[in-house]
Design a protein around this ligand. Structure first.
Ligand SMILES: NC(=O)c1ccc[n+]([C@@H]2O[C@H](COP(=O)([O-])OP(=O)(O)OC[C@H]3O[C@@H](n4cnc5c(N)ncnc54)[C@H](OP(=O)(O)O)[C@@H]3O)[C@@H](O)[C@H]2O)c1
Length: 413
């Protein structure tokens, strides 16, 4: 791959970039791209398709768009990121044989904050308009922002899950009580809108701008899901997850459904350079997502249990957001030709509930000493879930059209 020219530098949008995994993704992207040969771009994992293609990934600049709901928190993150880059430049330029790449990258680096509140669709449209007017294309959209309406811990369930499988209990806990019936200011299910629909609208509003990225690496949408993604609690009749006591797990399951379906459609309908939709799990990181449940003592206990789980062999307890962001950053940088494809088996008509492997989810993993790597997990679908996905996308499209009309917008613009 030849070094991208100024008109092909990546323009990367990260939602929820001011904290947690989103900030980790930004930090990791910068640390990687400031190096002339970013290790996260290399196809050195067992799941990669081994083939001879030129993989000289090197970017001589970047526009990083922090999509945050608070300008103040976004600007604090932006300042922190610039400080990180400047420290890295100072560290690299004194190394023997330094070739000037870090300074060139810094010169062509722009980090900007644009505000968006995914729970308010009008702001999603305004955000997309600002982006399409200001930048020539978007190369990557990282749908990272996420909420959970955790309100308390059900100690009975917690003790039961901890006693039966305590590593699972600190990886995909089922003992958080979640608020039921919470609505967004648009009157939709709040968790559903923040995690699923807000990102769906953002993708649709930026779709044509993603298609303008004509570099051979192709545009990518990264959907940040979770080990907690589960069809178990999903009731398709409650697709906005308003009545659900497990809206978080169900919203992540819906993101898996949507991302896979959008990827299939894009691969089947794009003549050249389809925009790819990739599913990423960051593993477990200590962030603000469960902060409503935790005081100082319980937070300390949580971190201790994470370290213990990792030491005892859990590959998913990365704990730091920087480490947890490895899969998202890898999926941003690695040439797509190295990613495995799954030739989808026919879904089983005789048993609509039988799961069939249809794709891959990319997972951040680590060894017991915390050395991070990228792994994969199978993505499965049953005939029944395919139907749930089609219905969900129909509902999203109907709502999207209604919001466009209410705003006087052409659908898809
Ligand atoms: N941490 C983990 O172990 C873990 C595991 C699996 C998956 N994940 C996924 O990783 C993603 C990031 O989570 P995190 O753990 O980093 O949580 P976090 O620290 O709470 O960060 C969430 C980010 O999303 C932003 N956000 C929340 N609601 C928003 C809205 N309505 N509009 C725009 N931005 C909004 C937050 O902004 P404010 O700062 O303004 O609140 C924050 O920047 C989520 O999708 C989560 O499901 C995390």
């Amino acid at each position: 791959m030849s070094p991208p020219s100024s008109d092909s530098r990546p323009v990367i949008v990260v939602t929820g970039a001011n904290s947690g995994v989103g900030l980790g993704i930004c930090q990791r992207l910068l640390v990687q791209l400031i190096s002339k040969s970013p290790t996260d771009a290399q196809p050195h994992y067992g799941f990669h398709v081994q083939q001879k293609i030129d993989n000289d990934v090197s970017f001589n600049g970047l526009t990083l768009i922090l999509a945050c709901r608070s300008r103040q928190r976004g600007e604090a993150a932006r300042d922190k990121l610039y400080r990180l880059v400047d420290e890295q430049v100072r560290r690299l330029e004194i190394l023997p044989g330094y070739d000037g790449h870090a300074e060139t990258f810094r010169k062509h680096l722009t980090i900007v904050v644009h505000t968006v509140d995914l729970s308010h669709i009008q702001t999603v449209f305004r955000f997309a308009d600002e982006i399409t007017k200001t930048y020539p294309y978007v190369s990557h959209l990282i749908c990272n922002a996420g909420v959970a309406s955790f309100v308390s811990i059900n100690w009975f369930l917690a003790i039961k899950q901890l006693a039966t499988d305590w590593v699972e209990a600190v990886t995909a806990p089922i003992y958080y009580t979640q608020e039921v019936g919470q609505l967004s200011q648009d009157g939709l299910g709040w968790v559903w809108q923040c995690n699923v629909f807000g990102h769906y609208v953002l993708f649709r509003a930026l779709e044509s701008h993603l298609a303008k990225y004509k570099v051979s690496t192709g545009a990518r949408v990264i959907w940040m899901t979770s080990h907690e993604s589960s069809p178990t609690f999903y009731d398709p009749a409650d697709w906005q997850l308003i009545k659900s006591a497990h809206s978080y797990e169900s919203s992540k399951f819906q993101m898996d459904l949507i991302a896979h379906q959008l990827d299939q459609v894009s691969l089947q309908t794009s003549n050249e350079l389809p925009t790819r939709h990739l599913i990423v799990l960051p593993g477990v990181a200590g962030t603000n997502i469960a902060s409503a449940l935790l005081g100082t003592f319980s937070s300390m206990c949580m971190f201790l249990s994470f370290y213990l789980a990792r030491f005892l062999g859990s590959p998913y307890h990365l704990i730091s957001a920087f480490k947890a962001s490895i899969s998202a950053v890898h999926l941003c940088l690695v040439p797509l030709a190295f990613l495995p494809t799954v030739s989808s088996a026919e879904l089983d008509d005789s048993d609509p509930t039988a799961p069939v492997e249809v794709g891959i989810r990319y997972v951040s993993e680590c060894d017991r000493w915390g050395r991070e790597r990228v792994g994969t997990m199978k993505l499965t679908r049953s005939q029944e879930q395919k139907k749930q996905c089609d219905d969900l996308l129909d509902n999203c499209d109907r709502l999207f059209t209604a919001f466009c009309e209410a705003e006087g917008r052409t659908v898809g613009s």
